[in-house]
Design a protein. Structure first.
Length: 437
């Protein structure tokens, strides 16, 4: 391990890329504290207290920029939504599917469409967010004249939405710069950086609950127990993330034993199914929060019982959605028919399996079995924050700050492992290139 660290630290090119990435992260962090002009920040505080978990997800991904209603409040989330939408549209729009198979040229076309779509989504999302917050009262600073507010209210809203759209566009551009000139995937790095900023709040809340305000003795034991559970979950997530099922491959024109294989991750769908499930369940709750003051009676109470995953019905629906999206996304990203076709074109085969349809069926069955394991893992990881909140009695702000498991940990671990591997690969490639100079 120390040899790897020494190799990275002694590599000037890699260190410059790391420094560039840290500089971009600093710029994004500074921007997250710049409030949108004309907006009264007291309105967002009231809104965050009464909103659904969908807004909490956005706030977490933006590094708490949303709760400050900064110019980077939307963060990279419009681009993520647009990317997923474009990926799904490839199934129904023939031209999109053709571009996805055209290599780098087609990829550039899809990326351009994704960026345009993300800008449009950012404006719609920002304007809808401002309108939703304004339901509870004025969102404009008190110093504006009442007549001007009444006459140009929606003009001010559109102006603030454009500022937030510009901030989101800048974040997307900065993410591209990290991908090109820094280390790791820029989008993933920015999301992870936003999530990591919430970790100190979790440890501070735990310390305050069990040590500062605790009675000693049993509270100290609970504090240590929570820490042990957190690190046990962390090690488990790391283990499952790097776990793969290797399909051995043999080439007909090669003699002897072959070490070639197709790696299939246990959790091939990653965190996408959980995010989809949370988003679908949280949107109705957020709409109710926009339009209704009480979420315990009438239609609002009915919707809360069905879509709130902390309620029995919502919890069951949450698990079902994770299972459905896990299988859907796994088979969307890994196409057994395409893999079998590529193997046949490469004059390769799976030992003991005939090329063509039998290979496709073999890969499909294997993917199904792996996805079952990955789905169970995702469900356990997704419901852990809910279960631990009930067991340890975390409520309100405590439950929001203290999350044992969940999507955040999965994202942090995944991005950390992939970025570390890229840094080590870049350091090795630069080192080896010197032999031929």
């Amino acid at each position: 391990m120390w040899l790897r660290i020494k190799r990275v630290l002694s590599n000037k090119t890699v260190m410059l890329r790391i420094a560039f990435t840290l500089l971009i992260l600093l710029v994004v962090r500074i921007g997250s504290f710049i409030t949108v002009p004309l907006f009264d920040t007291r309105a967002i505080v009231q809104f965050m207290e009464s909103s659904g978990s969908f807004v909490a997800i956005l706030n977490n991904f933006s590094g708490q920029a949303l709760e400050r209603f900064s110019i980077f409040a939307l963060g990279i989330s419009p681009y993520i939504t647009a990317s997923i939408a474009v990926q799904l549209l490839q199934m129904v729009i023939p031209s999109f599917k053709e571009w996805s198979e055209q290599g780098e040229t087609g990829k550039q076309k899809l990326n351009r469409i994704t960026r345009y779509m993300s800008i449009g989504l950012a404006f719609v999302q920002a304007f809808a967010l401002i309108l939703g917050i304004s339901v509870n009262g004025s969102v404009l600073i008190p110093s504006l004249e009442a007549s001007a507010v009444e006459r140009y209210r929606y003009f001010f809203y559109a102006y603030m939405a454009l500022v937030m759209t510009g901030g989101s566009a800048l974040v997307i551009w900065l993410a591209d710069q990290i991908t090109k000139k820094g280390v790791g995937n820029g989008t993933s790095i920015l999301i992870t950086a936003g999530i990591v900023t919430s970790l100190p709040a979790m440890w501070t809340t735990l310390w305050t609950k069990y040590i500062t305000n605790g009675a000693g003795g049993w509270d100290i034991v609970l504090f240590i127990l929570v820490l042990l559970i957190y690190f046990a979950i962390l090690f488990g997530v790391v283990y499952v993330h790097i776990a793969t099922r290797r399909i051995p491959i043999q080439y007909a024109n090669r003699q002897g034993k072959s070490d070639s294989h197709i790696p299939m991750k246990i959790n091939s769908a990653s965190v996408i199914p959980v995010i989809f499930a949370q988003t679908i369940l949280s949107i109705p709750l957020t709409i109710v929060g926009f339009t209704s003051g009480s979420q315990t009676s009438g239609l609002a109470g009915w919707i809360n019982n069905i879509f709130n995953f902390q309620q029995p019905i919502g919890f069951i629906l949450y698990v079902i959605l994770i299972v459905i999206f896990s299988f859907f996304y796994s088979f969307l990203t890994i196409n057994p028919d395409k893999i079998a076709d590529n193997l046949q074109k490469s004059n390769a085969y799976v030992p003991g399996i005939r090329p063509g349809i039998e290979t496709k069926d073999f890969i499909a069955k294997l993917l199904f079995k792996i996805t079952v394991i990955g789905t169970v893992y995702l469900v356990i990881l997704a419901v852990l924050p809910i279960i631990t909140s009930i067991v340890f009695g975390f409520q309100g702000a405590e439950a929001s700050a203290i999350t044992l498991g969940g999507t955040s940990l999965l994202i942090i671990v995944g991005v950390a492992i992939e970025t570390t591997q890229q840094v080590e690969t870049d350091a090795s490639q630069t080192e080896y290139s010197g032999i031929f100079r």
